[in-house]
Design a protein around this ligand. Sequence first.
Ligand code: ADP
Ligand code: TMP
Length: 234
Amino acid sequence: MIKGNLLYEGKAKTVFETDNPKELLIYFKDDATALNGEKHGIIEGKGVINNKLSEFFFKQLKDRGIKSHFVEKAGEREMIVKRLDMIKLEVVVRNIVAGSLVKRLGKEEGTPLTVPVVEYYYKSDELGDPMLNRYHIMALDLAKIDELNQMEHVAFSVNNILRELLKAKNVDLIDFKLEFGRFDGEVLLADEISPDNCRFWDTVTHEKLDKDRFRQDLGGVVEAYKEMLDRLTL
Ligand code: ADP
Ligand code: TMP
């Protein structure tokens, strides 16, 4: 595999072409942003951990029938993935009230939701990623109804699989964000699965083991990411 032209410099990752037109190389950076890009920082070692954790989760999901863009890990910070036509949506699944839901619903952080909730956000930096419903998505031609149904089905399956995996490691899955893209007529899971886009709490102490440590200036950020990696992979 040869690292080709830079395709896209994102906030947390950089995407390169490869010598295979159907594959891309994703490079995981240590950069972290919050508050729609207003807050920026470096979490030293984060990229290495997120690459490992994403590899772990995508492999576990594949073993349980969930297809993703993951091809192989190609270095400490590099992952080879299928080149997708990305769907401009962030698909969020929530089990417990946290983050933006605290204000929106006026519920205390940590309140369990009776059923898991799915939400869609328009991936648009200019608009600040507004929340959309299924009708907005279809009206804007962001995805077809059958693609939406597939994404929703996969999102809930991922929720069940990850909750089970994490429960065995004394971690509660509070919420997470997924992205999807099209490849040869199929909708595949894409991007990353890591403490950058999931909320993980220790089951007993409710200690936060995710990017909220950075968002809320709690300290011990990279230590929390490392703790997640150790619990899942050691
Ligand atoms: P952001 O775009 O929010 O700054 P990142 O820094 O994570 O996010 O950049 C990674 C970019 O790569 C994202 O825009 C994501 O949608 C895109 N991406 C993820 N997986 C794939 C893939 N398999 N094919 C094409 N693009 C992808
Ligand atoms: P929220 O509570 O801030 O809406 O976030 C819900 C989940 O989605 C949480 O696990 C963090 C993740 N997320 C992202 O990965 N990227 C984003 O841009 C946002 C807003 C949330």
